[in-house]
Design a binder for this molecule. Structure first.
Ligand SMILES: Cc1cc2nc3c(=O)[nH]c(=O)nc-3n(C[C@H](O)[C@H](O)[C@H](O)COP(=O)(O)OP(=O)(O)OC[C@H]3O[C@@H](n4cnc5c(N)ncnc54)[C@H](O)[C@@H]3O)c2cc1C
Length: 1013
C-alpha cells in the first residue's frame, strides 16, 4: 500500500489560494513576464488564423450560440452515423430544418454557418487531401445532398487539425516533417479513443499502445527519454473498471498491462507518461504510480523516462507534486512530470453538484487554477533532483512565467503543447535561441476515434475563460490577457462564483449532503457504521392492533392539523438535518436490511433528506391561505388543510426514501399518518419514524405499523377512518386498494398510487455507443434492476445494434456480483428468495422463447473488500442478463430484477421508424420512464411529445430522479400521479375550503365608501 495519503480534496479554496500565494511570494517578476509575452501576443494577432481554422470558426460561432452548439453537436456525432438517412436528419436538425433546402447565403445563422462550413471544407480539402483520397462512402451515397457531404467533410477536416496522423506510421512521418522545419521538436503520441467499456476494448488499446511504442522505438534505444519522442497513455483505456472501488481488480488486471508497456518503453529508453483523468481516480493513480515505481526500480533502475501528468486545477495539486517526488525518492528513480491545468473541469463540477459533495475537488475560479499551476511549477522545479518537469500550456503568460522560474532555478525542463493548438505563441517563443525544448502532444487516430477528443478541444478553444479563446479576441488587451494571477488575488482573494454543491438550490432549500465513496475519508464512517447497526427482528401487528392505532391517529388529527404550517415545516427541516447527520447509520441499515449497495444507500438517504426539505418548502409556498379576487364588500380565502388519517404504504426497494417521502408529505399537509413499511424492510422505517418522533412529531400523529400487506395493509385501507391512501408498489396491489376504497360506504377516499413500468430506452444511430452502454448498465442493473424506473426494454436501431450489443455484453461481463456490504459490488442479491425464484422462472422462459445475448458471470468466492462483519452471505444473487425479443409487444409484464429485453427497430423490423416504436411502447399501457439516446434534438423532442410517460431522460441514464429536479411518477398503469418530489404533490394530501365573508353585511361597505377599494 502506497504510504502517500493525499489530503481531503474538499477544503476551503481561499486557504489553498493563500498557501499558493505564500509559496510564490517574491519568486516572480511579473512585469518581466508581461514584457516577454506581450510581443508574442502582438505577433500572433498580427497574423490572424486563416478563415477555416478553428479559432476563426469559433470566433464567428461561439460555443454559447445556437450555431456554436450545432457545430459541437455535429462534430461530436455526425461522423459516426452509419446511414445516410440519419446523417441527413442530424445535419438538417442542427443546421435548421425549415430552410434546409432553400438557397444558402442569407444572413441568418444556419445558412451563414452552412456556407462557412462548406467553404471551410472545400478550402481544407484542397489544402490537405491528396487527389487520390476519395470521399467516404457516406458522401457518395448522399449524392446530391452536397450540404450534408460538405458538413461531413468540414467536420473531418476540423478534426484533422488536432490529429497528427490516422495511424502511428502517418504520425511519425508527419512528425519527421515538422522536425525538419523545427529541429529539436519532441513528440508524445496519444492513441485516441473512448475509454474502454470491455476487456475487448482494453486489449485493443493495449495492442495499439504496444504497436505505437514499437514503431516509435523503431528497434533503437534512445540516448535519453527527455530528448526522444514518447507516448502518453490513458489508464481508463487499459481497463474498463479503473475505479477506486475496484481497487483489487485494478491491481490484478490493469497493473500488469501497464507494467508491460513500461517495460517496452524502458527497453527503448523512451518517455511513457500516464495522462491525468478525473479527480476521483487521483488517489488510486498515485497508488498505481507507487506500485509501478517499485516495478521500474526492480526491472529498469536506470530508466528515467517514466512519468505522469498532474492537474493544477485540482485542489490537491500541490500535495500530488510532493507525493510524486517522495515516491521517486523512495524508489531511487527520476520521473518526468507533465504539469497541465486540467481538461475535465465541467465534468468535475457536475459530479460534485450531483453527489452533493462538501465542495469542489477543483478550483472554481480560473485565476486560482493559473495560480496553482505556477505554485506547482515552482514545486516541481524544486524537486529537480528527481523530477524532469514538462510544462504543458498554451497560455502565453503562464509560459513566460515558467521560463522565468525555470531559468532562476537553473533546472532542466521542457514545454509542451497540443498538436493544433498554441502554434502561434510557440512559433514566437522558439525564435529565441535559448528557448527551452518543446514537445508536442500528438493524438493519433481515425475520424471515429477523435470525436470525443475533438469536442474537448472545441470546448477548450471556445470557452470564454480560455487563453486561446481570448488570444483570438482583439478586444482583450494584452495587459488584460497577461494580467498576473498573483497581484490581483493578493488584494482580493477570489471566492469561486459557483455555489457550493449544497447551495445548488439557492435560498429555497439546502441540497442534501453526499459522500464521495472514492475518497477513503468519506467511505470510512460508512463501513464503521456497518459494524454498529443491528437489524432487530420485528413482530407484525395484528389487524386489531392496526385498528387501535387508527383510532389514536384519528383522535390526534385535531391537534396536529391545528399546528401552524410553519411549525410542521420546521419539524421536517430539523428531521432532514438529523437524518443527514446520521447518514452513515442509515446507509448501513439499508445495506443490511435491504441489501442495497453503498452507492445506492447514499443516494437513498439523500433523497429522504431532500424530501423533508422540499416538502417543507413547498408546504410553506403552496399550502398557505390564499386571498382570491371577488366583488367589493366580500373577502374570499382559499384554505388547505389535512384530510385526516392518511395511510402510507411503501415498498422494500426504497424503504427509506419512498417511505419518508410519503410520510412527510402527508404530515406537513396536516394529516396524521399510519405508516406501513414493506414487510421485508420494517427496521429502517422504524428508525426514521423514531427520528421524526425525536424531533417533535407526536406519537398520535404518526405511527409505524409493520405487517403484511394482506393483513395490516388491508385492514388500514378498509378502515372507515382512512381519509386517504398513498401507495407505492405493484399495479396489481394498487388495483386491489382502489377496489377496496371504492367498495366502502363512507367518504370517497383519494388514492395516490405510484406503480411499476415497462420502461424503454430508444437508441438511434446518432447516439454515442459508450454513453448508451453506461446508461443501459446503470438503468437496467443498478440496484439489481429493482427500481420501478429501471430499464426493461432497450430499443436499438438495427444499423448499430450488433456493435452496441457486443459492447453491452462486454460491459456486463465486467460487473461484479457480491454482497451489498462489499464496496466493490455492482449488483447485490435481490431482496429475497421469492423474488429470486420468480426471476429465475422468467429467465428460464426467456431462454426458451427469446435470443440470449449476454450475462454477467457469477463470480464464486470473492473476498469482501472493506466490508465489516455481518455482511451476510450473498444468497439470491441473480446475474444481470439480456435477451433479444422480436417485438415490443412480446414484453408483457414488469419483471422486477436485472433482466434486460432488447428489441431492434428500423426499416427491417416490426417497428419501422421511431414514430411506430413510440406508439408500440405507449400501447404497452404503462407510462413511467423513457430513455432517449439521440443527438437529433428535434427527434428527442418529438419522442417526448408523443410518449405517454412521466419521466423522459435524454442522453443519460433513466434512474435516480432527484427531488424537486425530476419529480417522479407516471401515468396509465404506472400510477395516478401527482408526481413525488414535484410541485403538485402536496395538494393531493389536502382538503380545500373557501371562506367567503360578506364584509358589507354588517353596516355596509365601508371600504368602498371611503374610496379604498
Ligand atoms: C501537452 C499537453 C498534455 C495534456 N495532458 C492532459 C492530461 O493528461 N490530463 C488533462 O486533464 N489535461 C491534459 N491537457 C489539457 C490541459 O489540461 C489543457 O490544455 C488546459 O485545459 C489548457 O490550459 P492552458 O494553460 O493552455 O489554458 P488556459 O486557458 O490558461 O487555462 C485553462 C484551464 O483553466 C481551467 N478553468 C477554466 N475555467 C475555470 C474556472 N472557472 N475555475 C477554475 N479553473 C478554470 C480549465 O479547466 C483549464 O484547466 C494537456 C495539455 C497539453 C498541452
Amino acid at each position: 500500500m502506497n504510504p502517500e495519503r493525499l489530503p481531503n480534496p474538499y477544503r476551503p479554496q481561499p486557504d489553498l489560494v493563500a498557501a499558493d500565494l505564500a509559496a510564490l511570494h517574491g519568486r516572480l517578476d511579473w512585469p518581466a513576464v508581461m514584457a516577454a509575452a506581450t510581443p508574442w501576443v502582438q505577433q500572433v494577432r498580427a497574423q490572424p488564423a486563416p478563415f477555416w481554422a478553428l479559432e476563426s470558426l469559433l470566433r464567428e460561432y461561439p460555443i454559447s450560440s445556437a450555431e456554436g452548439r450545432a457545430l459541437m453537436r455535429l462534430a461530436e456525432a455526425l461522423l459516426r452515423v452509419p446511414d445516410a438517412e440519419t446523417a441527413i436528419a442530424l445535419t438538417a436538425d442542427q443546421l435548421g430544418r425549415a430552410e434546409f433546402d432553400a438557397a444558402s447565403g442569407d444572413a441568418d445563422g444556419p445558412h451563414r454557418m452552412l456556407a462557412s462550413l462548406s467553404a471551410s471544407a472545400i478550402a481544407l480539402s484542397k489544402r490537405f487531401l491528396p487527389e487520390s483520397e476519395k470521399p467516404p462512402g457516406l458522401l457518395q451515397r448522399l449524392g446530391s445532398r452536397t450540404v450534408v457531404a460538405a458538413t461531413v467533410r468540414a467536420i473531418q477536416l476540423l478534426g484533422r487539425q488536432f490529429v497528427l496522423g490516422r495511424h502511428i506510421g502517418e504520425a511519425l512521418a508527419e512528425a519527421a516533417e515538422q522536425r525538419n522545419a523545427t529541429p529539436g521538436l519532441r513528440f508524445s503520441y496519444d492513441m485516441l479513443g473512448e475509454g474502454a467499456r470491455s476487456e475487448r476494448d482494453a486489449e485493443a488499446y493495449l495492442g495499439s499502445y504496444r504497436g505505437a511504442l514499437e514503431h516509435i522505438a523503431g528497434g533503437r534505444v534512445a540516448a535519453s527519454p527527455q530528448a526522444a519522442d514518447g507516448i502518453s497513455i490513458k489508464l481508463s483505456a487499459l481497463f474498463s473498471r479503473y475505479e477506486v472501488l475496484q481497487r483489487a481488480r485494478v491491481f490484478s488486471t490493469l497493473l500488469p498491462r501497464v507494467q508491460g508497456l513500461v517495460s517496452l518503453a524502458a527497453r527503448a529508453n523512451l518517455n511513457l507518461t500516464i495522462d491525468a483523468e478525473e479527480s476521483d481516480r487521483l488517489e488510486l493513480s498515485l497508488d498505481l504510480l507507487d506500485a509501478l515505481a517499485g516495478f521500474v526500480a526492480r526491472e529498469h533502475p536506470q530508466w528515467a523516462g517514466f512519468g505522469l501528468a498532474v492537474q493544477a486545477y485540482q485542489t490537491r495539486a500541490g500535495a500530488v507534486v510532493d507525493a510524486v517526488a517522495r515516491i521517486a525518492r523512495r524508489h531511487g528513480l527520476r520521473f518526468m512530470v507533465r504539469l497541465v491545468k486540467g481538461a475535465y473541469w465541467d465534468t468535475e463540477v457536475k459530479r460534485a453538484q450531483e453527489l452533493g459533495l462538501p465542495d469542489y475537488p477543483v478550483f472554481t475560479a480560473k485565476r486560482h487554477t493559473d495560480l496553482s499551476y505556477l505554485a506547482c511549477a515552482q514545486a516541481l522545479l524544486g524537486h529537480a533532483d528527481v523530477i524532469y518537469p514538462q510544462f504543458a500550456t498554451h497560455n502565453a503568460a503562464t509560459i513566460a512565467a515558467i521560463v522565468q522560474m525555470g531559468r532562476a532555478a537553473a533546472a532542466p525542463f521542457e514545454l509542451q503543447r497540443l498538436h493544433g493548438m498554441g502554434e502561434g505563441i510557440y512559433r514566437e517563443l522558439l525564435r529565441a535561441p535559448d528557448a527551452p525544448p518543446l514537445r508536442i502532444y500528438a493524438p493519433v487516430g481515425e475520424h471515429r476515434d477523435l470525436l470525443a477528443y475533438l469536442v474537448r478541444r472545441l470546448l477548450e478553444n471556445g470557452a470564454n475563460s480560455s487563453f486561446v479563446h481570448q488570444l483570438a479576441d482583439d478586444a482583450v488587451s494584452p495587459d488584460l490577457l497577461l494580467a498576473s494571477p498573483l497581484v490581483s488575488l493578493m488584494h482580493a482573494p477570489e471566492v469561486g462564483a459557483l455555489p457550493l454543491p449544497v447551495d445548488l438550490y439557492g435560498s429555497a432549500r439546502r441540497n442534501a449532503s453526499g459522500v464521495d465513496l472514492a475518497c477513503a475519508a468519506h467511505a470510512g464512517p460508512l463501513l464503521q457504521a456497518l459494524t454498529r447497526v443491528q437489524v432487530e427482528p420485528v413482530t407484525d401487528l395484528t389487524a386489531a392492533e392496526a385498528g387501535a392505532a387508527m383510532a389514536r391517529l384519528d383522535a390526534g388529527f385535531v391537534d396536529w392539523s391545528a399546528r401552524p404550517l410553519a411549525e410542521r415545516a420546521a419539524l421536517l427541516r430539523t428531521a432532514a438535518d438529523r437524518l443527514e447527520a446520521r447518514l452513515p447509520e442509515f446507509c448501513a441499515l439499508l445495506v443490511q436490511e435491504a441489501r442495497k449497495t453503498w452507492g445506492d444507500t447514499v443516494a437513498e438517504v439523500r433523497e429522504a433528506v431532500d424530501f423533508c426539505r422540499y416538502y417543507a418548502q413547498q408546504a410553506e409556498e403552496r399550502l398557505a391561505d390564499q386571498t382570491l379576487p371577488g366583488p367589493t364588500g366580500e373577502s374570499n380565502l382559499l384554505r388547505l388543510h389535512g384530510r385526516g388519517v392518511f395511510v402510507c404504504i411503501s415498498p422494500w426497494n426504497f424503504p427509506l426514501a419512498i417511505f419518508a417521502g410519503q410520510v412527510v408529505a402527508a404530515l406537513v399537509a396536516g394529516n396524521t399518518v399510519a405508516a406501513k413499511p414493506a414487510e421485508q424492510t420494517p427496521v429502517v422505517a422504524r428508525r426514521f419514524v423514531a427520528l421524526l418522533h425525536e424531533v417533535g412529531v407526536p406519537a398520535d400523529a404518526l405511527a409505524w405499523l409493520p405487517g403484511r400487506g394482506e393483513t395490516v395493509g388491508a385492514a388500514l385501507v378498509a378502515d372507515a377512518r382512512t381519509a386517504g391512501v398513498c401507495f407505492t408498489g405493484s399495479t396489481a396491489v394498487a388495483r386491489l386498494i382502489q377496489r377496496t376504497l371504492a367498495a366502502g360506504d363512507g367518504p370517497i377516499v383519494p388514492l395516490i398510487a405510484e406503480t411499476g413500468g415497462l420502461n424503454a430506452m430508444i437508441v438511434d444511430p446518432t447516439a454515442l455507443p459508450e454513453q448508451v452502454v453506461d446508461a443501459v448498465v446503470q438503468s437496467a442493473f443498478r440496484s439489481a434492476g429493482q427500481r420501478c424506473s429501471a430499464l426493461r426494454l432497450l430499443c436499438v436501431h438495427e444499423g448499430i445494434a450488433e456493435p452496441l450489443i457486443a459492447m453491452l455484453a462486454g460491459a456486463m461481463a465486467e460487473l461484479r456480483l457480491g454482497p451489498a456490504a462489499d464496496l466493490a459490488t455492482d449488483v447485490a442479491p435481490v431482496i429475497d428468495a421469492e423474488a429470486a425464484a420468480g426471476l429465475q422462472r422468467h429467465i428460464a422462459r426467456l431462454r426458451q422463447e427469446a435470443r440470449w445475448l449476454a450475462e454477467t458471470p457469477a463470480v464464486a468466492e470473492r473476498a469482501v473488500e472493506g466490508a465489516g462483519a455481518g455482511a451476510g452471505a450473498p444468497a439470491h444473487l441473480v446475474p444481470p442478463v439480456a435477451f433479444e425479443i422480436a417485438r415490443v409487444a412480446d414484453l408483457k409484464e414488469e419483471v422486477f430484477g436485472p433482466v434486460l429485453h432488447v428489441v431492434r427497430w428500423g426499416p427491417g423490423q416490426a417497428a419501422r421508424d421511431v414514430e411506430s416504436l413510440v406508439a408500440q411502447i405507449n400501447a404497452l399501457g404503462y407510462g413511467l420512464t423513457l430513455g432517449v439516446q439521440t443527438r437529433i434534438d428535434s427527434r428527442a423532442q418529438r419522442i417526448a411529445d408523443a410518449a405517454r410517460v412521466g419521466n423522459v431522460y435524454v442522453n443519460r441514464n433513466m434512474i435516480g430522479a432527484v427531488v424537486g429536479v425530476q419529480p417522479f411518477g407516471g401515468e396509465g398503469r404506472s400510477g395516478t400521479g401527482p408526481k413525488a418530489g414535484g410541485p403538485h404533490y402536496l395538494y393531493r394530501f389536502c382538503a380545500e375550503q373557501t371562506l367567503t365573508i360578506n364584509t358589507a353585511a354588517a353596516g355596509g361597505n365601508a371600504e368602498l365608501l371611503s374610496g379604498g377599494a
